[in-house]
Design a protein around this ligand. Sequence first.
Ligand code: GTR
Length: 327
Amino acid sequence: MKPKNLLHVGAGALALAFATSASAQDISLRAADTHADGYPTVEAVEYMGELLSSWTNGRIAVQMFPGRQLGEERDTIEQTIAGVIDINRVNLAPLNGIVPETAIPALPFIFRSTDHMRTVMDGEIGSEILVSMEEHGLVGLAYYDSGARSFYNSVRPITSPADMQGLRIRVQNSDLFVATMEALGANATPMEFGQVYEALANGVIDGAENNWPSYESTRHFEVANHYTLNQHSLSPEVLVMSKASWDKLSAADQRLVVRAATLSVPYMRELWDARVEASRAVVEANGNEIITEVDKQPFIDAMAPVYERFAGTPELSALVERIQAVE
Ligand code: GTR
């Protein structure tokens, strides 16, 4: 055996020794995020882990797997429900097919502003939606910001719904987002986040929609030049835990997890606001066409069938009204 291999075996044995010497009560929570290291959501969950470790002298730790290491977003949601992943930071949109209530904050143009979104999600309505996840195998811990989603594409600047006609626009795995694009006359193409860059580069799709940091961090801005700040969705990010993993924690540890998750929210938002500015600067320096002046009203008007379909039940339409009534 070559020395290199010997070394390798040595390291493995050492790791095993550590694993077996760890206390039976040590808890290592596996966390997933589709975003790469350094993205605000990833940093916030890492911060949550640091809090938990420091409060428990290392007894509880969070092991973060960023950058789709544990799979694309939809797969990781399934794995979280199955208890294979303990903590997952996802957008509300891919949860729409699992937890119907999550479609409401993801509805196009439901929020008037970021402040309105934060007030709603940090309040009673947001808590109710977190609670509604439980019967589907997920424990909702907290919401993170996701800014505003807007359209980008490689074909033409979009200034009105007429410009959307026939464009192939990638969306998340959410029927709500498919319906939103169709209501605007575009061809919706649901696709995993990790496939979008190549699909744009190869011309399989014409465009997609996302916030500044995602447009920039994925380098989509390099292959889809026109970005219209139409801000159709403020669908927030959410931090969820597997119900199966949650049930294994003591009540005291559950409280620590919730506290750490709650404290990670202001931390995330500070990073987020800075990242939006930094991402915008990168895209602007690249010379992309940014369409800032856009009349949102025709886009809003086109959304009536979407509201009818996804907020049609008395319960969901009441939820829409309650959100709209929040000052
Ligand atoms: C991002 C979001 C991701 C993912 C992605 C997408 O804004 O943070 O969780 O949902 O959008 O478009 O797939």
